[in-house]
Design a protein around this ligand. Structure first.
Ligand SMILES: Cc1cc2nc3c(=O)[nH]c(=O)nc-3n(C[C@H](O)[C@H](O)[C@H](O)COP(=O)(O)OP(=O)(O)OC[C@H]3O[C@@H](n4cnc5c(N)ncnc54)[C@H](O)[C@@H]3O)c2cc1C
Length: 423
C-alpha cells in the first residue's frame, strides 16, 4: 500500500463481537438523556436570537478559554461513557466498532444541545489519524486517548511564509543531536496554535536531496522551550490563526512520524484528511440547517421571493449544496469500502467554496449597503462576517486553483501544469 493510503488506517482494526445497533442506540440515548438537554427547534424565527453567521471563530481570548472548557467537559464525559472514539482501536480507548455506529451516534447527538467541539476539529480530523498511521506505539499511547478525550488540543504546523501550495519547499530545519532533533524556523497561518498542546510539524531534514525527499514529520510539544506563538488578526476581526516561531526546540526522536525523510507521505495523510474534513464538514456548518433556512428567511423578509433572478440564485445554492453532499457521500462510501478517495475530496472542497461564493453573491444582491453599514438591524450587518470569511475558505486546505489542478490532471486527464520549482 502506498504510504499516503494509510490515512484510512482507523478502519483497519479488528472488530470484536459487536453490540447490536439497537442496543448501542439504547445505550447512547441513555447517556445523552442523562447528560444533555434536547435541542430546541433549529428553525428560529427571523429577528430572534443571535444573528451571527461567522465561519471562523471571532472570540476574545477569554471566550476561547471558556469555549475550550465547555468543549472539554462534554468531550470527557462522552469519552468516558464509551462514545468518544467509537471506531478506534480498543488499546487506545476506542470501541473498535464499524463506522455505521459512529454515524448512528452522531445522528442521535445532533438531537441534543451539546457544546461545540470545533476546537478539537484539527486534532481529531487530521492529526490523530496521522499519529495512528505513522507514530510508534509509545507515542500513540501518549496522545491518542488524550486527543479523543479532549484533554489535548492539536494544530497543524505545515505552511511557512514562502511555502503554502508548494509545501514541499518548506525551510524549517530539524537537525539530529543524539536522541533528539533540534528545530529552527517559522510556521504561519497555524489555526488554533494559541490553544494547542501539541502540533504536527513537517521539517526539512536533508537539504541536499530533491525537495519532497528531504522532509520528516514530528509531534512537537507546543509548550516546549523555544516555541513562540503570535496571533494573526484576520479581516473578520478575530484571531483564529497564528505565526509560530521555533528557536532551538528539542523534539525526542521517538516523536518522529514515520521514517527520516519520509515526511511527504506523512503530510499527504494529513492533507487528505483535511480535505475530507473541510469538504464534508464545513459545508454543513456554512449552509446546512440554520444556514439554508436563514438564507430563505432573508430572501422572504426583504420581499425578494418573487424576484426571478434572486429565486434562480437561491435555487442554484440549494441544488449545488445537495449535489456536493452526494459527492461527499461518494467519497465516504469509498473510505468505508477501504479505498482511497483522492479527487473526490478536491471536488468536495472546491464545490464547497464555489457555493460559499454563490451565497455571498445572493446575500450581497439582497442586502446591498446594509452589509457594510452597521445600523443595528438584525440579520444584516452580521452577514458581513460570513462574506469576509469566504476568501479564507478558498485558501485553507489547498486553494481553489490547486484543487482545479488536481481535478484537471487526475479526473479529466489534462496535461500536468508546468511547475518551475519542481525538483
Ligand atoms: C483560514 C485558514 C486557515 C489555515 N490554517 C492552517 C493551518 O492550521 N496550518 C497550516 O499549516 N496552514 C494553514 N493555512 C495555510 C494554507 O494551507 C495556505 O494558505 C495555502 O496552502 C496556500 O498557501 P499560500 O498562502 O502560501 O499561498 P500561495 O501558495 O503562495 O498561493 C498564492 C496564489 O497562487 C496560486 N497558486 C499557487 N501555486 C499554483 C499553481 N501551481 N497553479 C495555479 N495557481 C497556483 C494560489 O492558488 C493562490 O491564489 C490556513 C489558511 C487559511 C486561509
Amino acid at each position: 500500500m502506498p504510504q499516503h493510503c494509510t490515512w484510512i488506517v482507523r478502519d483497519e482494526v479488528e472488530m470484536p463481537e459487536a453490540i447490536t445497533e439497537a442496543d448501542f442506540e439504547k445505550e447512547a440515548l441513555a447517556f445523552l438523556e442523562a447528560n444533555a438537554e434536547p435541542r430546541k427547534e433549529a428553525k428560529a424565527t427571523w429577528g430572534e436570537g443571535s444573528d451571527s453567521m461567522s465561519i471562523f471563530p471571532e472570540r476574545t481570548p477569554e471566550e476561547d478559554r471558556a469555549d475550550l472548557e465547555a468543549a472539554r467537559g462534554w468531550s470527557r464525559s462522552r469519552f468516558d461513557a464509551g462514545f468518544g472514539w467509537i471506531t478506534g482501536p480498543e488499546e487506545y480507548g476506542g470501541r473498535a466498532l464499524d463506522r455505521s455506529y459512529q454515524r448512528l451516534y452522531d445522528s442521535l447527538e445532533a438531537r441534543f444541545d451539546t457544546p461545540s467541539q470545533a476546537v478539537f476539529g484539527i486534532g481529531l480530523g487530521m492529526i490523530a489519524p496521522t499519529i495512528l498511521a505513522h507514530a510508534i506505539p509509545e507515542v500513540r499511547d501518549l496522545y491518542l486517548k488524550g486527543l479523543y478525550r479532549g484533554d489535548i488540543v492539536a494544530c497543524q504546523l505545515f505552511s511557512e511564509p514562502s511555502s503554502g501550495s508548494d509545501l514541499a519547499s518548506l525551510q524549517t530545519r530539524a537537525v539530529k543531536d543524539g536522541d533528539e532533533w533540534v528545530v529552527n524556523g517559522q510556521k504561519v497561518w497555524t489555526s488554533g496554535a494559541h490553544l494547542s498542546d501539541i502540533g504536527e510539524i513537517i521539517c526539512r531534514t536533508d537539504p541536499d536531496v530533491p525537495k519532497h525527499k528531504g522532509l520528516t514529520g514530528f509531534v512537537v510539544d507546543m509548550h516546549a522551550p523555544g516555541v513562540e506563538v503570535r496571533p494573526l488578526r484576520q479581516m473578520t476581526g478575530g484571531a483564529a490563526f497564528n505565526e509560530v516561531f521555533f528557536t532551538d526546540v528539542r523534539i525526542p526522536d521517538s516523536h518522529r512520524l514515520g521514517d527520516v525523510n519520509a515526511g511527504w507521505g506523512v503530510a499527504l495523510t494529513t492533507l487528505m484528511n483535511e480535505r475530507a474534513a473541510i469538504g464534508g464538514g464545513a459545508g454543513g456548518v456554512a449552509l446546512g440547517g440554520m444556514g439554508t433556512h436563514r438564507l430563505i428567511q432573508l430572501v422572504q423578509h426583504y420581499g425578494k421571493s418573487k424576484d426571478p433572478l434572486v429565486r434562480q440564485k437561491l435555487v442554484d445554492v440549494l441544488i449545488n449544496y445537495r449535489v456536493s453532499s452526494y459527492n461527499t457521500l461518494r467519497a465516504m462510501a469509498k473510505i468505508n469500502a477501504g479505498q482511497l478517495p483522492g479527487p473526490e475530496l478536491s471536488i468536495a472542497k472546491l464545490s464547497l467554496t464555489q457555493n460559499l461564493m454563490r451565497v455571498s453573491e445572493l446575500v450581497s444582491s439582497v442586502l446591498g449597503p446594509k452589509l457594510v453599514a452597521d445600523s443595528g438591524e438584525w440579520g444584516t450587518y452580521a452577514w458581513g462576517e460570513f462574506l469576509l470569511s469566504v476568501p479564507g475558505m478558498r485558501v485553507a486546505g489547498g486553494t481553489d486553483e490547486i484543487m482545479r489542478n488536481i481535478v484537471g490532471e487526475r479526473v479529466l486527464g489534462l496535461p500536468k501544469e508546468p511547475s518551475p520549482g519542481k525538483a
